[in-house]
Each structure stands twice: as structure tokens, then as C-alpha cells.
Design a protein. Structure first.
Length: 231
């Protein structure tokens, strides 16, 4: 068995039975500079894992034969692969299903349909967390956020943010490409019972953009009639 750590580029194993979906994932991963191997079902995945231990597994829940859930359980049970990060891809978004996926050892959980930008951000985050011994880092474009230390950097320069701006940015960075309505941001950052107006979000978004600077701040897009999106 070969360990992927010896390779210069991170090795990612994509286990997905839908050809069109698999091709999109592989194309975008390779575009980001990753080395990619693929499997269409559990049996193929077992052979790939026996030949080379990857740095990350992207695993579809609904596979023919052995389910993604069972495969994740097997990955965690084997000494050679127990520490390999696993991101599960699924159309099952119910809380109970998410809990089941996390309970068998998945490191992250992405519900279909998802944006390519979100998937790439999750891949970068999980790989960074794995290589840094568990430090939780988010990165979108030139913006990097260390959640453990509550620090934000733009092109490696630290940007001081207040607690509300930090939590706003974290919410946007956790789901790049997703459009958040103002009420969603209010509930997430201020809390459901907060007695604040939705225009408060606009004020703090403006402060956040100013703090990040014209280039990085410009990545926060205003979606007319809806809310905000990052990337």
C-alpha cells in the first residue's frame, strides 16, 4: 500500500456513481491542482484505497451495492485509512441523516445541489484542517479565516474585525456562492430573538467590506431583493 503523503500534490479519491456529477467534480479538482482518482462503487473504492491511501475522500452517500455510509464506516475501521478525511456528498439533507453521516466518521457533509465554489472551499478547509493538526481554517479567494484564533487575513495581512463582522464573514465563508437573505443572517449572527432591524445587516456588511479592502471586500456581492453572497 502506498501513502499519498509522499506525493507533492494532495491526492483525492472521488467515489461517485453518476458520470456527469463525477466528471464535474474531477474537472474542478484538477483545475485546482489536486491529483484525482475515481471509483464508481464500493468495490472499486476498496481497491483504490488498498492501492493508495488518499489525503481526502469525497464520498457519495447513494452508491450501488455498498452504501456510502457503510463505506465511510469501513474507512474509519481500518488502521491504514482511519485518519483520512471524508466529505460526504448527498441529496439527503435531513438532520437525522447528517447526524448518521457524522456519527460514522464523516468530517464534513455537503447536501446536493451545491455550488462548485462551495465544494472547493470545503475541500480546502478539510485538507488544511487535516494538515495543520485540526486547526479550523476557511479560505475563499484572498480571504483566510482561522476560526480557532478568531483572526482574519487578506493576502497574508491580518485584518482586525469586530465580533459581529467576524461572525458575518464566517457565515458567508462557510457557504461560498450561497445567497443569504438578510433575515437568515440576522438569525445566524444576532440570534432569532434579537430586537434588530434587517437594515442592521446592511450597516455591518458595509463595515466588513471596508475592513477587508476594495478587492476582498468586493467579493461580497449584493443580490438585489434578496441579500448577500461571498464569491
Amino acid at each position: 500500500m502506498i501513502c499519498a503523503m509522499a506525493n507533492a500534490r494532495p491526492q483525492i479519491l472521488v467515489i461517485e456513481d453518476e458520470p456527469a456529477q463525477r466528471d464535474v467534480i474531477v474537472y474542478n479538482l484538477k483545475k485546482q491542482g489536486y491529483a484525482v482518482r475515481t471509483a464508481q462503487n464500493g468495490d472499486q473504492a476498496e481497491l483504490e484505497l488498498a492501492e493508495l491511501v488518499p489525503d481526502l475522500v469525497l464520498l457519495d452517500w447513494m452508491l450501488p451495492g455498498v452504501s456510502g455510509l457503510e463505506l465511510a464506516r469501513r474507512i474509519r475501521a481500518r488502521p491504514a485509512t482511519r485518519d483520512v478525511p471524508v466529505i460526504m456528498l448527498t441529496a439527503r439533507g435531513e438532520e437525522e441523516d447528517v447526524i448518521r453521516g457524522l456519527d460514522v466518521g464523516a468530517d464534513d457533509f455537503i447536501t446536493k445541489p451545491y455550488s462548485v465554489a462551495e465544494l472547493m472551499a470545503r475541500v480546502r478547509s478539510v485538507l488544511r484542517r487535516s494538515s495543520s493538526g485540526g486547526v479550523d481554517i476557511l479560505q475563499v479567494g484572498d480571504i483566510e479565516m482561522n476560526i480557532d484564533t478568531n483572526r482574519v487575513y487578506v493576502t497574508a495581512q491580518e485584518v482586525p474585525l469586530g465580533p459581529l463582522e467576524f461572525n458575518l464573514l464566517r457565515t458567508l465563508m462557510q457557504r461560498p456562492g450561497r445567497v443569504f437573505e438578510r433575515d437568515q443572517l440576522l438569525n445566524t449572527v444576532w440570534g432569532r430573538n434579537a430586537d434588530v432591524d434587517s437594515r442592521t445587516v446592511d450597516v455591518h456588511i458595509a463595515r466588513l467590506r471596508k475592513a477587508l479592502g476594495p478587492t476582498a471586500g468586493g467579493e461580497i456581492r449584493t443580490i438585489r431583493g434578496r441579500g448577500y453572497s461571498l464569491g
